[in-house]
Design a protein around this ligand. Structure first.
Ligand code: FAD
Length: 233
């Protein structure tokens, strides 16, 4: 389905990421959580980027979150204001929740988008399945959807977030985990779940690294789903 949608909300998520909410057309449906083509009017003409939906299909709107850069599309995305129009083409993709199993989500940076939507879906449908999100960022200020994820942890007793920060200054007040995602963190997360499906999302290098760690830990290949955000170095 292709349709033009009005922007309902537009705001920064972190110093380097931005989110928009747009109208969901009647009859537009998607699996938790597919991606869309999001076409914007940019300084280089109309351009369409693949963007994961960052919201659950149980919600009345669509949400997208993007890491910013100097590309024309990203500049146009950050400049969107309520009332502006965008074109939605979707939904597509196979990176979707297996509703019958526990879920171990692993996100790097803006790779949180589809996993946030999946966690919202589990909460909204009162799923009895457990989910743990391992979320890696450089620093505290780069944690996207921090409040929303905290809210989900409070409303959904089956959902837990394990943050880790790779470049948080040693002098900061952060008392949580530090360092990259490693085998110990993945094993800690998995120990809270029963035979989960693993969902990896982020830059190619991060997805590859975590995928290899999981295979070395003996996780069967068919239990590992991933979405790579191409276009990031
Ligand atoms: C299934 C899927 C879902 C995604 N979901 C998200 C998401 O939720 N959030 C997010 O931030 N990113 C997402 N991405 C990545 C996104 O589409 C961009 O590739 C990425 O954000 C880099 O864009 P950029 O303009 O900042 O890159 P730059 O490296 O600055 O781009 C340089 C130039 O390359 C071109 N370019 C780069 N990427 C694309 C592209 N995908 N299509 C067309 N031209 C391109 C543009 O002309 C741009 O000017 C997703 C990608 C895929 C495949």
């Amino acid at each position: 389905m292709i349709y033009r949608a009005q922007v309902l909300e537009s705001r920064p998520l972190t110093p380097s990421a931005h989110m928009i909410r747009v109208e969901k057309a009647p009859g537009f449906d998607y699996l938790p959580v597919q991606f869309c083509g999001l076409e914007l009017a940019t300084s280089a003409g109309s351009e369409e980027y693949p963007m994961s939906l960052a919201s659950s299909p149980t919600q009345e709107f669509l949400e997208f979150g993007a890491r910013l850069s100097d590309s024309p599309w990203k500049k146009a995305f950050a400049a969107l204001r309520p009332g502006d129009e965008v074109e939605i083409d979707g939904a597509y993709g196979h990176f979707v929740l297996d509703k019958g199993r526990d879920a171990l989500f692993v996100a790097g940076g803006i790779g949180i988008t589809p996993l946030k939507g999946m966690a919202e879906y589990l909460a909204d449908t009162r799923s009895p399945r457990r989910a743990v999100l391992v979320y890696s960022n450089r620093s505290q200020e780069e944690i996207a959807y921090r409040k929303e994820l905290q809210g989900l942890e409070q409303t959904d007793p089956h959902f837990t977030v394990l943050h880790t920060l790779s470049r948080e200054p040693g002098s900061s007040a952060w008392r949580g985990r530090r360092g990259r995602i490693d085998a110990a963190l993945l094993q800690d997360a998995a120990s809270r779940l029963i035979d989960p499906t693993y969902y990896l999302c982020g830059r190619g290098a991060m997805v590859m690294e975590v995928g290899q760690l999981l295979l070395r830990l003996g996780i069967p290949r068919e239990r590992i789903a991933f979405e790579v955000f191409r276009g990031y170095s």
